[in-house]
Design a protein around this ligand. Structure first.
Ligand SMILES: [Zn+2]
Ligand SMILES: [Zn+2]
Length: 150
């Protein structure tokens, strides 16, 4: 989704494009690929915003944008949610390391095809497909092996 599509997305669902909402969407559009932000991290990046955006507004706006399908709400099992732009139907999936919490993104066309087949069987209209693989990343495995040697 590009900038115009996200603001158009807000309007088409009957929501005003307030400076705060626009600014928050802008932050997500400017993120490097593979970056996910928690509400606190987003708020930190908004500290110079004019008009100022409170943490409460940040939370509310994230929730609204996720409900509208403009942002993707992700749970990497750190006790708080992370957000990224919803990049449309062919999105990516995540491997999450339970040791360092670093998410690794991959595109899983076969996984998504399988999920769509399940959805179809249940007469379900798909809005988003989120697959999360929990495990230990290669770097953490190497670190653990080194620690064991010492
Ligand atoms: Zn991601
Ligand atoms: Zn790791």
């Amino acid at each position: 989704m590009d900038r115009l599509e996200t603001t158009a997305g807000l309007r088409s669902k009957g929501y005003r494009v307030t400076p705060q909402r626009e600014r928050i969407l802008e932050v997500f559009h400017d993120l490097a690929p593979g970056t996910h932000l928690s509400a606190e991290e987003l708020h930190q990046r908004l500290r110079n915003a004019q008009p100022p955006i409170s943490l409460a507004t940040t939370y509310r706006t994230l929730h609204l944008l996720a409900t509208l399908g403009l942002l993707r709400e992700l749970d990497f099992a750190e006790g708080h949610k992370h957000y990224e732009l919803h990049r449309g139907a062919t999105d990516h999936q995540h491997l999450v390391c339970v040791a360092c919490y670093t998410p690794i993104e991959f595109t899983g066309a076969d996984v998504e095809d399988a999920a769509r087949a399940v959805a179809e069987r249940y007469g379900f209209k798909v809005l988003d497909i989120q697959l999360k693989i929990h495990g230990i990343c290669a770097a953490c495995q190497r670190r653990a092996a080194q620690d064991a040697e010492e």
